[in-house]
Design a protein around this ligand. Structure first.
Ligand code: SF4
Length: 405
């Protein structure tokens, strides 16, 4: 493998682990429930302990056979807390028992916070599980979409859960809680940033863009997201506080600042191609936004009970994805940011006619962010150094970035 240099030591298998395929909220933008993949309707509502056992063995054996030292499991749904505390503990303990003899196991849970209480936090603390909570902004924003089955907003319950998490973090029970917000049309980045950072005191967070493709995106929304992202960047720069950690913004900045920018790009690619989803029935598929595209990504024919990770990775679908992700779309060849962007997230590159050979639907936003960051950096560092780094990354992305299996 020609270019996997520093990456090999830190190689990780990322797993989106669908322990629950039901939710107590009904957010209309949810890509899991409302983006074309209906298999949650026939899959078990909660993963059984027997399936978790098989999944643990599948991951352990895969990590061992492919020499991947770390398995990072995101306990996901639906809403993962809907499996109940007893089942949750059994599943998490099963994963610890089966995986840790073969690989380092990192576990995190992403919850909507509605069911969270002190007992849950004790459980996370005991099992060393990090916690991320979803909130879309102040009450009027959050409650316009994050609603339950009775159409009631979830904001008050989420804020209570955040306070509990922060108290437990201060007491040393759990790590710093993270937050995840979905960008909603017509909202103000400044208002949402200020609410999350300054009102709620959440300093580790990220914003999620709609996981749309060329088949269903809205140009108005991508324009809006460009403006939102630039406004968000300005808020962050204005605060000038390195402890405020917005993952996406850090990722946009990082390649400008370090000679390891090229390695970071490779890391990003490897992360993408080593991200799998395990459904509540044990089915295995690629990154969990892709099953919305078509049947072949939903039902790969691979299940933790009957296949190995190595077999899954040799599936033509997967080999095709590996090639795709390491090759920028043709239309990006002349882009000055191709080495950093590489064409964007897979789902956002997809169209029926050209598959993944399109620039991301967020191309204009990415260009705007990179340009603004370059301009910002000119006040602090020599642009010659920055531009040389960019040039090297571009050259690599276009000419050399070939990942062997
Ligand atoms: S910014 Fe646009 S053109 Fe440039 S690499 Fe990304 S998707 Fe391609």
């Amino acid at each position: 493998m020609r270019l996997m240099t520093t990456r090999m030591e830190s190689r990780k298998l990322f797993v989106s682990f669908k322990m629950s395929e039901v939710c107590n909220l009904e957010c209309p933008y949810c890509y899991f429930f409302f983006n074309g993949d209906e298999s949650h309707k026939s899959n078990p509502a909660s993963m059984s302990v027997a399936t978790a056992e098989r999944a643990g063995k599948f991951l352990a054996e895969g990590a061992r056979a492919l020499e991947i030292p770390t398995v990072s499991v995101a306990l996901h749904g639906g809403e993962p807390l809907m499996v109940g505390k007893k089942r949750f503990r059994e599943i998490a303990e099963t994963l610890i028992r089966t995986i840790t003899p073969h690989a380092t196991l990192q576990m995190g849970v992403q919850t909507n916070g509605v069911l969270l209480d002190e007992e849950w936090i004790k459980l996370f603390s005991e099992l060393n599980i990090s916690v991320g909570i979803s909130i879309d902004g102040p009450k009027h924003v959050n409650d316009s979409v994050r609603i339950d089955k009775k159409k009631r907003g979830s904001y008050d319950r989420i804020v209570k859960a955040i306070a509990l998490l922060q108290k437990s973090h201060k007491e040393g029970l759990i790590g710093e809680p993270g937050a995840l917000a979905v960008i909603l049309p017509g909202t103000s980045a400044k208002e949402i940033y200020n609410h999350i950072v300054h009102d709620l005191g959440l300093w580790k967070f990220d914003f999620m863009l709609p996981k749309d493709s060329w088949e269903n995106y809205s140009p108005d929304m991508t324009d809006f997201i460009e403006g939102f992202s630039l406004e968000l960047l300005e808020c962050w720069l204005e605060d000038d506080n390195p402890q405020i950690n917005i993952r996406t913004m850090k990722n946009f900045f990082a390649p400008f600042l370090t000679d390891f920018g090229v390695d970071m790009r490779i890391n990003y690619i490897v992360d993408l191609i080593e991200t799998i989803t395990i459904r509540s029935n044990g089915d295995v598929s690629p990154d969990d936004s892709l099953p919305s595209i078509s049947e072949e990504y939903r039902h790969t024919g691979c299940n933790v009970a009957t296949s190995t990770l190595k077999e899954f990775y040799s599936n033509p679908l997967w080999t095709d994805l590996r090639r795709t992700v390491s090759t920028p779309p043709e239309a990006c060849a002349k882009c000055e940011w191709v080495g950093y962007c590489g064409g964007g997230e897979l789902i956002t590159r997809y169209s029926k006619s050209k598959k993944f050979n399109n620039p991301t639907i967020y191309c204009s936003r990415n260009k705007a962010l990179y340009s603004r960051i370059r301009q910002y950096l000119s006040t602090y560092i020599d642009l010659k150094e920055v531009d040389e780094r960019t040039r090297r990354s571009n050259e690599l992305a276009l000419n050399e970035l070939v990942l062997d299996s």
